[in-house]
Design a protein. Structure first.
Length: 518
């Protein structure tokens, strides 16, 4: 356990044996213990729903604690706004087309090089608890205890080296309980640790914990200005998607309004049948107490048209934010535990999400598109020994960079075939002068929610997106049009900007070895 000021003997031996890069060696002077890494990862948590990002939504005091005591990254992005692919990028430090996991139907090739394996070889105690979603069994972890598939909110099933079993309780609480128990055990160990603690919340169908289900009745969520945008200024995939609050959100499954007597269920509403049976009596009672009066008022109001959309937006957002309150509460418990174990000073705590989420922007939920709400992720890093409290970084960073960052802080060898870049200098407040000017994004398409494949580049000021199936382009001026309502791709006044960005995009595709389409 690395709370003491010197490296364990075994770790020094490992360091001298391994082929560390010069920069890696510089990053961890042998007089200092290598840091522990606690990676807190949520599922579908938009940056706008962390109050440290200042969105006017309910406070997340424990996540803000990380920002206040560490660094908030304001331009952090995923490479592919989908669960499995994002996780595979974090593990490998490689884009989806290289690590082989491009969509949620893929199976992760666990035999390939990953950051947990490399940290394990470098003498770290490694563990994974919670959502995994990569289908093959995890490798590189001394212990793992995962949710099979998407995982259940109530009475979650787990899968570990000994098989499957269920645990009573609420998903976020159970994962935090397990992580806390693991931290207690790991703190007895000589080795530094790497713990990936990965929540299911606030993923669809946004089911809150009993403690939070009663929140926000008196709070009106501010509507995004694009809630009723018709996407007329965007390319055709923005109109063809199936993720709109108005048309693709289900009353029972998504919004917790049970059918009336004799009403027949269709679509995803059928999946909601019986889900309360997985709750304890107390949890079911808390749900009943919270939703019954809300649902009675909804039925009595007979809402139609835009009023119905507004109501759905409020119900969706409140449940989503209730799930986030559950995460915030449990992050607080984990931070308190680190404190109690005297591990705060030399533990890097990261809070981020696999990708962002649409919180009603363009009238949508879900993600997948390269537009800001789903592209951007919350990214907070606390490491009191190295990071100035309350610092803010504006450089373009991606989940692609995490693997190299972890390896560098662990003074482990950083393989040359990883495609990101270590964030250690940024964490120390000194961005290299040759830091990237644009990020590359690629989504390969899936039947779910019907979002067309696309790739693109985002710079500090511009975004260029290409949809190969329809051969359409979108160009957004992120300063003048931060909500990305009006594409300038076909405007002759912006032909030069578009050409410049097309060249930059082409250079990124080459840099990352993106296969040419036939
Ligand atoms: C499920 C969800 C979708 C979601 C995908 C991918 N439906 O299919 O809404 O887009 O997962 O999400 S659900 O009814 O099962 O909730 S991801 O985060 O796993 O990529
Ligand atoms: Ca996700």
């Amino acid at each position: 356990m690395s709370c003491c000021p010197t490296l364990p003997v075994a770790a020094v031996a490992l360091l001298s044996l391994s082929a560390c890069t010069q920069s890696a060696l510089r990053s961890a002077p042998e007089t200092q213990a290598r840091p522990n890494i606690l990676f807190l990862y949520s599922d579908d948590h938009a940056a706008a729903a962390v109050s440290a990002y200042g969105s006017g939504l309910p406070a997340t005091p424990n996540l803000d604690r990380l920002a206040d005591q560490g660094m908030r990254f304001d331009a952090a992005f995923c490479t592919n706004a989908l669960c499995g692919p994002a996780r595979a990028v974090v593990l490998t430090g490689k884009h989806s087309h290289i690590n082989g996991f491009a969509d949620n139907d893929s199976v992760f090739n666990g035999d390939q090089q990953t950051v947990p394996k490399l940290l394990q070889q470098a003498g770290y105690h490694t563990a994974l608890i919670g959502k995994w979603h990569l289908k093959s069994d995890p490798q590189g972890f001394d212990e793992w205890d995962i949710l099979p598939g998407q995982g259940r909110y109530y009475t979650p099933e787990f899968l570990n080296q000994s098989g499957k079993y269920s645990v009573d309780g609420y998903n976020t609480d159970v994962i935090a309980d397990k992580a806390i128990a693991w931290l207690e055990r790991a703190s007895q160990d000589e080795k530094p640790f790497f713990l990936m603690c990965q929540f299911k919340a606030p993923h669809r169908a946004w089911m809150p914990a009993p403690q939070e289900v009663g929140l926000f009745d008196d709070f009106q969520i501010p509507e995004p200005s694009t809630l009723f945008n018709d996407a007329s200024g965007m390319a055709s995939p923005a109109r063809a998607q199936e993720m709109s609050i108005a048309r693709h959100m289900w009353l029972y499954y998504d919004l917790k309004v049970p059918p009336l007597d004799g009403e027949e269920l269709s679509g995803p509403d059928r999946w909601a049948v019986g889900r309360e049976r997985l709750m304890s009596e107390e949890a079911a009672a808390a749900w009943e107490q919270a939703y019954a009066p809300r649902n009675a008022a909804f039925r009595a109001a007979h809402l139609q048209g835009d009023d119905l959309v507004r109501w759905k937006f409020q119900r969706y957002m409140k449940d989503y934010l209730r799930c986030i309150q559950g995460i915030d509460r449990n992050v607080g418990r984990l931070l308190d535990k680190l404190e109690a174990l005297d591990l705060t000073e030399n533990t890097i705590v990261i809070y981020t999400s696999d990708q962002g989420f649409f919180l009603g922007e363009h009238g949508w939920y879900d993600k997948r598109f390269m537009y800001e709400p789903s592209l951007r992720v919350p990214f907070l890093v606390r490491w009191p020994r190295e990071i100035a409290a309350g610092s803010v970084n504006h450089d373009l960073v991606q989940n692609l960079d995490f693997a190299e960052t972890f390896l560098e802080v662990a003074a482990a060898n950083v393989p040359a075939d990883m495609q990101g870049r270590s964030l250690l200098p940024l964490l120390r407040g000194a961005t290299p002068s040759d830091w990237r000017q644009g990020i590359y994004y690629s989504y390969t398409g899936e039947a779910t929610h019907h979002v067309a494949a696309h790739d693109g580049i985002r710079t500090a000021a511009w975004k260029l997106i290409h949809f190969p199936d329809s051969n359409e382009w979108e160009l957004f001026d992120l300063h003048a049009d931060p909500e990305e309502i009006h594409s300038l791709a076909e405007d002759p006044a912006y032909a030069e900007v578009r050409l410049r960005l097309q060249r930059q995009l082409e250079a990124l595709r080459e840099q990352y070895d993106v296969p040419q389409k036939p």
